[in-house]
Design a protein around this ligand. Structure first.
Ligand code: BG6
Ligand code: MG
Length: 228
């Protein structure tokens, strides 16, 4: 690989199916508050911090709440969420993710986790995914959530790799915008109609052989660098 030197992975919805647990936990709070909250609404919360997510959810309702009430609601959602992720097992790692991580590392490409979740540590521990990363950047290390590029720029700095040699894997439009601002290649995991900031999308890591995926990223990076 001439251009690709590091792969940076979002966690929730990319390596494991925790995006669904975030939705279930927010939905439980929304139901209690009498706010209608759909999976489509939930797209706007992906990659966004806990408090910003709460503000988006509350904007779907009519009532105003005090900062103290909001703090309690965020804690309630996190309680709902922790109850779900504390029961996770390695079976909840998304198909193909471990094979891809192992393949990438066997080719000498460095890896970083780039999540704004403060709960990433629990998930890495429950699933055993932590050992596949040279750098771990989570919500306890950064102050600005996606679409700010801080999470990915911190990962690249940890690895000592320039942003133009990094590729980001993301299931959220906010995360892809963060990667674009960081000057990195962008692979969307999911629907290309939603993930318009991706250079290309795949349905998941099991949809393509690891060597083919790396070749596709390398060629996208080469094109970009030649065009620059
Ligand atoms: C991101 C999720 O990974 O973490 C967001 O995509 C979530 O939906 C954010 O709001 C913060 O997570 P947590 O676990 O710190 O509340
Ligand atoms: Mg995600």
């Amino acid at each position: 690989m001439r251009f690709l030197k590091a792969c940076l992975f979002d966690l929730d919805g990319v390596l494991c199916n925790t995006a669904k647990y975030h939705f279930i936990a927010w939905k439980k709070l929304a139901d209690r508050l009498g706010i209608s909250f759909t999976e489509r609404d939930n797209e706007r919360l992906k990659g966004v911090s806990r408090m910003e997510s709460l503000e988006i959810l509350l904007s779907l309702g009519k009532k105003q709440y005090s900062p103290e009430e909001k703090r309690k609601m965020a804690a309630e959602k996190n309680g709902n969420y922790l109850a779900l992720i504390r029961k996770m097992t390695r079976d909840e790692i998304l198909p193909g993710a471990v094979d891809f991580l192992q393949y990438v590392r066997s080719r000498g490409i460095r890896t970083s986790l780039g999540s704004v979740s403060k709960n990433a540590g629990v998930i890495l521990e429950r699933t055993g995914l932590g050992r596949f990363f040279d750098s771990i950047v989570d919500g306890n290390r950064v102050t600005r959530a996606k679409p700010d590029p801080e999470v990915f720029l911190t990962g690249a700095r940890d690895l000592g790799i320039p942003p133009e040699n990094c590729a980001v894997f993301e299931d959220a439009q906010s995360g892809l915008i963060a990667a674009r601002r960081a000057g990195m290649a962008r692979i969307g995991i999911g629907n290309p109609e939603i993930l318009t900031a991706a250079e290309f999308c795949i349905p998941g890591f099991s949809s393509m052989a690891p060597e083919k995926l790396l070749a596709r990223i390398e060629s996208a990076m080469e094109k970009r660098q030649k065009g620059a």
